[in-house]
Design a protein around this ligand. Structure first.
Ligand SMILES: Cc1ncc(COP(=O)(O)O)c(C=O)c1O
Length: 419
């Protein structure tokens, strides 16, 4: 037998092993000042490309006013208790009704956090005889929800229709024996690479296979579709999504989330979602703030237009400069470069210190070894100058990556961690 903590002392995990070199700079960085296109990092102004404030609502004066007024009126405690017991209000219901109408569903239910809500919704939708089929690149909240499932689960290769069909066939065979059903889960927009889930083709498979479609549209809600109702609307299949999920953490620039579906399904979930039955209700300030944000999503299309103007300018600029931005079909803008983790660290440091450009860096194990992903999130608050300065900076860092500058600068780190 060993002490439970022995393994922790020995192995900090694939990301944790970088803590000494990375913490406070590459991970857990502190961005300061009002949330916008320019913030402060270690006392210096940087162009921020790492915040999912797609529509620029986080620091919009009208939003800030409503947030402040709701804070003054309700404080941060109200309502106390879980929805089912003592934490239910007219405002919660009003927000649910408005969200449902916005995404074209009969009903909606609020979740305190997207992550827990997603885990819990998966848990509530399936029982042991059911089979889950989901994308291998699914967000951690989907993976963790699937982990709770006591029956069979199959991953299909990312957005691969052959693999999807094969796994639907396997799932169908099992359900024919168990008498269960199939829950199919995909993201509307994959948050790392920016590709849309192939909702239209997946929905077409409903003609051949019997399954229910659950879409996590965290990045699509507010950014895609004619009215901003998300990826289903963009692909013309919103009505065929059986359970729709979005978080307030991105285009809505807040905290909280919701699921939307037919009334009977939401009524069932209301009584079976453990993350909501056994946790405090979403606080009123957030509910009132979400109503305001939703109203702005509906009535201010210029926010989404500005967002897309910036997305198109950034993505076209990067492609014209010869950068590999993969196959994004959304605002999420990945830039793929080749190099080791220590090289990636030197490169990002150069970007931040010498060019004033702040974007998230994603490396192995999130993406394959040897790849560096600079993940950029354009927003409605960015201006053309941010984009031109960033493109110039990116060309400079690519040259230094290719001429071995970062390899030399990071040699000591490489030796220390054996990379
Ligand atoms: C695809 C996806 N699903 C779910 C979540 C979790 O949402 P929340 O931040 O509300 O917990 C996120 C991240 O915010 C996400 O990117």
């Amino acid at each position: 037998m060993s002490d439970l903590f022995d393994k922790i002392y020995k192995d900090k995990g694939p990301l944790g092993k970088w803590a000494e070199q990375a913490e406070g700079y590459f991970v857990f960085p502190k961005l300061e000042g009002p949330i916008s296109n320019r913030m402060k990092f270690r006392g210096k102004e940087v162009i921020t490309w790492s915040i999912n404030d797609y529509l620029g609502l986080a620091n919009h004066p009208e939003v800030r006013k409503v947030d402040a007024e709701a804070g003054a009126e309700y404080g941060s405690a109200y309502p106390m208790g879980a929805r089912m017991m003592s934490g239910h209000t007219d405002m919660h219901e009003k927000l649910q009704e408005e969200l449902a109408a916005f995404v074209g569903k009969q009903a909606a239910y609020l979740l305190n956090f997207g992550y827990q809500g997603m885990v819990s919704t998966i848990d509530a939708l399936v029982s042991k005889s059911d089979v889950i089929v989901y994308d291998v690149d699914a967000h951690a909240c989907i993976i963790d929800g699937v982990r709770l499932h006591l029956g069979q689960r199959f991953t299909y290769m990312h957005n691969d229709m052959d693999s999807i069909e094969k796994n639907l066939q396997r799932a169908t065979k099992i359900c024919e024996q168990t008498g269960g059903g199939i829950l199919f889960i995909t993201e509307g927009v994959f948050g790392m690479r920016g590709e849309q889930g192939r909702l239209k083709e997946i929905v077409a498979l409903k003609q051949k296979y019997n399954f229910r479609l659950f879409v996590d549209d965290a990045h699509g809600f507010g950014t895609l579709g004619a009215t901003g109702a998300g990826t289903g609307e963009e692909q013309g299949v919103q009505a065929d999504i059986d359970v729709y999920f979005a978080t307030f953490a991105k285009a809505m620039a807040s905290t909280g989330a919701f699921i939307a579906a037919d009334k009977e399904i939401i009524d069932y979930l209301k009584y079976n979602l453990r993350s909501q039955m056994f946790a405090k209700s979403l606080q009123m300030q957030l509910v009132v703030g979400a109503l305001k944000r939703l109203d702005m999503l509906r009535t201010m299309p210029e926010l989404k237009e500005k967002l897309w103007e910036n997305v198109n300018a950034l993505q076209t600029g990067l492609k014209d400069s010869g950068f590999d931005i993969g196959t994004t079909q959304s605002c999420v803008t990945p830039v793929y470069l080749k190099g080791s983790i220590p090289e990636a660290m030197a490169l990002v440091k150069d970007l931040r210190e010498n060019h004033g450009v702040f974007c998230s860096i994603v490396v192995y194990p999130v993406i394959p070894k040897g790849l560096i992903l600079l993940r950029m999130i354009p927003t409605a608050t960015h201006v053309l100058e941010d984009i031109t300065l960033t493109l110039t900076a990116f060309s400079a860092i690519r040259e230094r990556l290719e001429n071995g500058t970062y390899k030399r600068l990071s040699a000591a780190v490489s030796a220390a961690v054996g990379e």
